[in-house]
Ligand binder design. Structure first.
Ligand code: B12
Ligand code: SF4
Ligand code: SF4
Length: 405
């Protein structure tokens, strides 16, 4: 065995000891996806994620991120299915993406990568080391695909015949000479289940996702008010979206026969969060939010963003039981929440919703909120007179619609 191969094997073993489920070694050669990344950006399919467009050169040439970088030790951490974990109940958690129910993987994987890096430095003091999880200018799926941690599926997620796609990625860039692992070949074949199941047609063609239509983008990444089309699209997803993974045959069951993510307590939904439902999100104050979500990926859109999503989901569900909470939010919430609460009340309808809207209009001073309330009242009035066409949606009503922002 060559020294490069011996060191690579040693480091992969240490990665497993550091708490990762799988590891592989990739050479830091220039990206082969640079052209299609640039086309994706030119088409504006990154939606509001301008930060992706700013660092394209580095994404194309990841070796430039660390002086003398030659290889990447790529790691994967499984997050589902959790052994012995029942699906959560209630009206909130089943519609929060699985990766986000427990602790924030950026922290968990970041700490483990740091510890792994320190161990490598101790053994190879001359080595340069740089950890990344998610937020660096790296095409992480491409890098991990190069060393066989999976292969990109038509839903753009990295997947593996033994492990499915419910895993997260991270990597250590290294200046060490290491023997690289081999990629694996395509496992999608003729399947198109993810493309067929995506309720918003965000997967515009195999391996191409338009974030302007992706529920995950709107509920996690988009800041501020949601345009009307996006409110339709998100259906009843409060944070993220798992549909294109749920339908993937490689996620049906662990093919390897080994338990997946059986010993990852950090992924479990903590009791202080489990008790929350949609209306509970409205009742949280800043302190309560920080207490419950400071170690969760759900802090990303902030309390206002989560409440915005919750209001839209209530409207899309069209259930009258949400009217009292929405009516209160319409008076006491932030301008963003008041706007989305008004929209949701217009969706749900009924005398109580209409009375709340009329009442709120009397005291509302923000012009955008007044407009939202007025149009919600108009929707209800036209519904009453039998002219209206709007009503509760499950998100799939967005299918086939043109998105105009
Ligand atoms: C931006 C981003 C998003 C955006 C855009 C998603 C996207 N598909 O790019 C949004 C907010 C929508 C998103 C959603 C999700 N994300 Co995300 N996201 C990222 C992030 C930060 C950057 C991805 C990126 O660079 N996209 C740019 C586009 C252009 O890349 P691409 O889709 O890979 O497109 C290339 C290929 O399709 C390729 N290509 C073109 N033609 C062909 C043909 C073939 C045959 C092949 C193989 C490839 C290929 O060329 C394209 C251009 O480079 C990465 C972390 C990272 N730094 O990599 C996490 C990451 C990809 N996300 C992750 C996760 C878990 C998710 C969600 C599942 C979360 C959720 N449940 O809501 C969803 C899944 C949505 C989906 N179907 O992809 C994980 C994926 C893990 C895995 N197993 O693959 C990552 C790696 C984070 C991590 N560190 O673990 N995400
Ligand atoms: S995450 Fe949801 S909306 Fe986005 S591509 Fe997958 S199924 Fe479609
Ligand atoms: S659902 Fe089918 S096409 Fe989509 S990623 Fe899975 S195997 Fe590939």
């Amino acid at each position: 065995m060559s020294e490069a191969q011996h060191t690579a094997e040693l480091l992969k073993e240490w990665a497993l000891e550091a708490g990762f489920d799988r590891a592989g070694v990739a050479l830091l050669e220039p990206s082969e996806q640079g052209q299609s990344l640039r086309r994706w950006l030119e088409r504006g399919e990154h939606a509001g994620m301008e930060w992706i467009a700013r660092r394209v050169d580095l994404r194309e040439q990841p070796a430039r991120l660390l002086d003398g970088a030659k290889s990447a030790l790529c790691v994967a951490l499984q997050y589902h299915p959790l052994v012995g974990e029942a699906e959560p109940s209630g009206d909130l958690w089943p519609r929060v993406a699985r990766y986000a129910r427990g602790r924030d993987y950026h922290d968990v994987m970041g700490k483990r990568l740091k510890a792994l890096g320190a161990r490598i430095l101790e053994a190879f003091p001359e080595c340069g080391v740089r950890p990344y999880v998610d937020t660096g200018p790296i095409l992480e799926r491409e890098l991990a695909a190069r060393c066989g941690l999976g292969v990109q599926g038509k839903n753009t997620q990295l997947l593996h015949r033994d492990w499915g796609s419910w895993f997260l990625l991270g990597e250590l860039l290294l200046t060490l000479e290491l023997k690289a692992d081999e990629p694996i070949s395509d496992i999608c074949g003729n399947c198109t289940r993810c493309l067929d199941a995506c309720p918003t047609e965000a997967l515009v063609e195999p391996y191409r996702l338009d974030a302007n239509r992706c529920i995950s983008y709107w509920t996690i990444e988009h800041r501020g008010d949601l345009p009307d089309e996006a409110r339709d699209m998100i259906g009843d997803w409060v944070f993220g979206c798992d549909i294109c993974q749920e339908v993937c045959p490689w996620n049906d069951r662990p093919r390897s026969g080994k338990p997946l993510a059986g010993d990852h307590p950090w992924l479990r939904l903590p009791p202080e969060r489990a008790e929350l439902d949609l209306t509970g999100l409205f009742q949280l104050d800043r302190e309560g939010f920080v207490e419950r979500f400071k170690v969760s990926p759900m802090k990303r859109p902030k309390l206002d963003g989560l409440r915005r999503n919750a209001a839209v989901v209530m409207g899309n569900r069209g259930e009258e039981r949400y009217v009292p909470a929405l009516a209160k939010a319409l008076v006491t919430g932030s301008p963003t929440l008041r706007r989305h609460a008004a929209w949701a009340l217009g969706r749900i309808g009924g005398a109580e919703a209409l009375a709340a809207l009329d009442q709120a209009l009397l005291g509302e001073v923000e012009e955008v909120v007044r407009c939202e309330i007025t149009s919600a009242v108009e929707v209800l009035a036209s519904n009453r007179s039998g002219e209206g066409t709007r009503g509760p949606s499950s998100g799939s009503s967005a299918k086939g619609k043109e998105l105009t922002l």
